[in-house]
Write a protein that binds this ligand. Structure first.
Ligand code: PGA
Length: 252
């Protein structure tokens, strides 16, 4: 089963609407000849619709950074899957470690969000990863097992056919520290076998597993060379189109 690599930019709480549109158009121009690789950017909720309109028909796909699991209602400050879908959003990042750390996201809420995303036809990018202490205490696999099992509880292979997993060790996000090739290799192999154990061989072989955490032009090639790495979730280095394109074109 061939998995088309996905290089995704998470723009977090950066860029005003006009700044986001400008960077997205610059990126779309730089990407016009890119083939065999999917490119996605996830701007803020506020600019996602404008960004989607401005890159329509280009190689750049659109993601959101979160969603709420209810369809609509009295949920002040939240955004539903239908609203994202209507804004031409294709992917949605769920359970990013910053949401777990600062906004009370749990494996249970993550699971509800994954369900809501799959029901509406958004492709979920489930983020998982251990903290520095958990790694030092050798709990990495236990933590990842729980995040995947509980985050996907009650879902079947059919519903998860568009699932993307993103392994992002918390200690590597925005710190400039990248996990070593061996660490990434071990975790990604583990995650693929976990998907096989929990779901099926087919789901395990078709699911893209991204690495995230201080990915930059200097280290992307080595990371993408790892057998079970099918792409990258990039924060800081995705904010500048000229820098991000050097990550996207790592192979040229
Ligand atoms: P970083 O962020 O590339 O800035 O480390 C990655 C992420 O949070 O997805």
């Amino acid at each position: 089963m061939s998995r088309i690599p996905l290089i995704a930019g998470n723009w977090k709480m950066y860029k005003t609407g006009p700044e986001a549109v400008k960077t997205a158009i610059d990126l779309a121009n730089l990407c016009s000849k890119v083939q065999g690789i999917e490119v996605m950017i996830a701007p803020t909720f506020l600019s996602v619709q404008h960004v989607a309109e401005s890159v329509k028909g280009t190689n750049v796909k659109i993601g959101a950074q979160n969603l709420y699991f209810e369809k609509q209602g009295a949920f002040t400050g939240e955004i539903s899957g239908d609203m994202l879908k209507a804004a031409d959003v294709e992917y949605v990042i769920i359970g990013h470690s910053e949401r777990r750390q600062f906004f009370g996201e749990t494996d249970e809420s993550v699971c509800k969000k994954i369900k809501a995303a799959t029901q509406i036809g958004l492709k979920p990018i489930l983020c998982i990863g251990e903290s520095e202490t958990q790694r030092e205490e050798e709990k990495t696999f236990e933590i990842l097992d729980k995040q995947v099992s509980d985050g996907l509880k009650g879902l079947g292979s059919d519903e998860l056919k568009n699932l993307v997993l993103a392994y992002e060790p918390v200690w590597a996000i925005g710190t400039g520290k990248t996990a070593s090739i061996d660490q990434v290799d071990d975790v990604h192999q583990y995650l693929r076998s976990l998907l096989e154990k929990l779901f099926s061989k087919d789901l395990a072989s078709q699911t893209r597993i991204l690495y995230g955490g201080s990915v930059k032009p200097e280290n992307v090639k080595d990371l993408m060379g790892i057998k079970d790495v099918d792409g990258a979730l990039v924060g800081g280095a995705s904010l500048d189109a000229n820098k991000f394109i050097n990550i996207i074109t790592y192979n040229t």
